[in-house]
Ligand binder design. Sequence first.
Ligand SMILES: Nc1ncnc2c1ncn2[C@@H]1O[C@H](COP(=O)(O)OP(=O)(O)OP(=O)(O)O)[C@@H](O)[C@H]1O
Ligand SMILES: [Mg+2]
Length: 252
Amino acid sequence: MASILTVQNVNKRFGGLKALDNVNLEIEAGTVHAIIGPNGAGKSTLLNCFIGRLEPDTGTVIFDGVSLLGIKPHEINQVGVSRVFQTPEVFGNLTLRDNVMIPAFAKRDGSFRINAWKGVKRETDIEAKAMAMLENVGLARKADEIAGQLSRGDKRRLELAMCLVQEPKLLLLDEPTAGMARAETNTTIDLLKKIAETGITMVVIEHDMHVVFSLADRISVLAQGTVIAEDLPERIKGNPKVQEAYLGGAHL
Ligand SMILES: Nc1ncnc2c1ncn2[C@@H]1O[C@H](COP(=O)(O)OP(=O)(O)OP(=O)(O)O)[C@@H](O)[C@H]1O
Ligand SMILES: [Mg+2]
């Protein structure tokens, strides 16, 4: 199998804190790769190094032959990477339909600005695409509602539609089920499985082990900025290093 994302020797310090300590990672194309680890392990920091939000002090991040270091947010989308952050980021005062149209325009045109007077411009094909994505994530009937009023779970689904409309090759998800009740989590697992089946590669950061073991083809475990294990899901649970990292902290 070919690797779609290659992370080599990535280091990142915040003052005296070594948030990432020589991280190496290979993500195989077409797989779901989970990154787990206790709070503060460096998971979000690592993800931010994939999308140009943070620049590693040293190391390389290569996606599909392209270096992601120093890349701009709109360039990230152009190369085929989309991401969902730990805290949902939607345009709270716009409708769901407009929320999904914006990233669709951004992908097609390289940039997009909202006209303060006219709002999001209307274009039939982009609108149809946005509606299809809302349908995919089960939010079509709420297309004309204002995004700010959505539940956290619905905001997450909206974010997924905003990613998928860009037809990414790689989808990065930071705690996609955080704050969800069990039923909502299960709906999200089914949705993510459906997305994975379309062949999109996914990197999922997650604390909920039910989600991790339902989705992941492979798991990397981060602890104190270091990858302490990388293996098939069935082999991760029994790994003594992993058990030790979780002692007294989150549960595996
Ligand atoms: N911008 C920043 N400035 C200073 N320290 C930071 C910054 N971002 C993260 N850190 C620190 O780096 C470490 C790793 O944080 P990170 O958010 O990557 O952890 P995480 O594994 O995502 O944790 P969680 O599971 O709680 O989301 C933590 O100690 C955190 O406090
Ligand atoms: Mg985090």
